[in-house]
Design a protein around this ligand. Sequence first.
Ligand SMILES: [Zn+2]
Length: 258
Amino acid sequence: MAVPKPYFPSRSLFAKIERRLTQYRIAARAEIKTDKPVLSLTFDDCPISAAETGAKILEEYGVQGCYYIATGMMGQLSVLGEVTTADHVAQLALAGHEIGAHSHTHLDCAKSDCDEIYADIEQNIQQLREILKTQSIESFAFPYGETRFSVKKNLSNVFMTLRGILPGINRGVVDRGQLRAFEVDKTEASFERAMAALDSLAEEPGWMLIFTHDVAENPSDMGMRPDQLRAVIEKAQALGIEILPPTAAAKKVGLAHA
Ligand SMILES: [Zn+2]
């Protein structure tokens, strides 16, 4: 199987401006009210290493994460390694991890036609429902972190939480249509930034999300190492930060449909 080429969202000036404006336009105003810090550990696209190595580490520490699944990628080879199968996704859910939506074809929600986006996400939800049987789909992560105002507004009627990729801790008034999250990728700087943010979260409670892709000794550019995942969990637990999947975290911090 040939590894498909990675897709890069538009870097044009217009796209950059649009992206900047979109992040400041709140589509689904919500408020976070918590005196306890909460962290969610999330994995996008779910390569096998995240479902196996990643989940095993979480379970060692007695915590659950969230896996955002692009159903059309299941069983495929990707730049992140082989992507997990439907059976494996069902096992993750049985182990208590949350399964979130991530579109069926991993499409760019800033550029694609609206009808195409909604049909694609509908297919994603349908397939996840068939796989999970019982667990409802409350969370969504934008592929590539890309979105636009009308899309995040419409999708916030479908999902309780929508996760973007802009770094930051969610505190006070937030957009639950584009929640902030720290990426941990192959770079040491991204890991150090997330570790430093944990101190800030413990000091001033809120809801922090971390996302990565694969979990491997030699991760892809978008993945992290097992020892880094352990270090994040150990630090959070030492600081008294509760680790919960997004839907449980949203309830814990008092986030509700506005
Ligand atoms: Zn993705």
